[in-house]
Design a protein. Structure first.
Length: 244
């Protein structure tokens, strides 16, 4: 297994940026790898998953790459005024770069996305916006009711207009017609300040025809819970260990 730190100039972001990628030690020669895009929260960056969790241990002996990009404080959106076009970067430029340079698969059934807090919102937003590109997504303590959040905080540097009933609104995205729907996994701690947002999304999406798994347990907005969920998610995605 290898952990690489990659710097490159992003046209979408109009700046240099960095991401981390974990690659398995053993892989079939010439066969593109499945990939998990792992998104950080609002106060973190691309290094947080490796610093705060055992992600390297969890993917050991699994035939998958893990790409951890920097989403800044963008809510994985093309920010107003073109400050950082993070949605374009994450859905077009970064996958193309990673696929070309690390021989990662472009097939829908090989692409997964997950995140925590802001990254949980980003994972669901990207999967629901790009259902032809991602087969499954997971949110841990996600900021899933972005319209409610925007009423309580100043998001004027992120969204050009209030996000309710727009393509930035997960409730809006989930009810759209789509030719194929991603599998969705959602977890939140019952003491988390975002629990009510998660409960609203849970109640909303259950009757929309998704292959949807909801889990909750005691706990707050804390890394120890996200680490535990990350450990579990690979089995839910259906990515087995290749050996002990």
């Amino acid at each position: 297994m290898a952990l690489l730190k990659v710097n490159f100039k992003s046209d979408a972001l109009s700046k240099a940026t960095e991401f981390h990628v974990i690659l398995p030690e053993k892989r079939a020669s010439g066969v593109p790898l499945p990939v998990l895009y792992l998104l950080h929260g609002y106060s973190d960056d691309h290094s947080a998953w490796c610093a705060q969790t055992s992600v390297e241990r969890y993917v050991r002996n699994r035939n998958i790459a893990v790409v951890m990009p920097d989403g800044f404080k963008s809510f994985y959106t093309d920010m107003v005024g073109g400050v950082y076009n993070c949605y374009t970067y994450l859905t077009r430029e970064l996958p193309a770069f990673a696929q070309e340079n690390f021989n990662l698969s472009a097939r829908r059934e090989d692409n997964y996305i997950a995140g925590l807090s802001m990254g949980g919102y980003g994972a669901f937003k990207i999967a629901l916006s790009q259902p032809g590109n991602f087969c499954a997504a997971a949110s841990f303590s996600g900021s899933l009711d972005i319209a409610r959040s925007a009423r309580d905080a100043d998001f004027s540097a992120i969204f050009a207009s209030p996000p309710q009933n727009t393509p930035d609104d997960l409730f809006f995205l989930a009810k759209r017609e789509m030719p194929v729907k991603p599998r969705l996994y959602q977890w939140c701690g019952t003491e988390d300040h975002l629990y009510a947002d998660n409960a609203r999304f849970r109640d909303y999406i259950q009757n929309l025809g998704f292959d949807y798994t909801y889990r909750e347990s005691a706990g707050g907005h804390q890394w120890r819970h996200w680490d535990e969920q990350l450990r579990k998610i690979f089995a839910w995605f259906g990515i087995p260990q290749t050996e002990e």
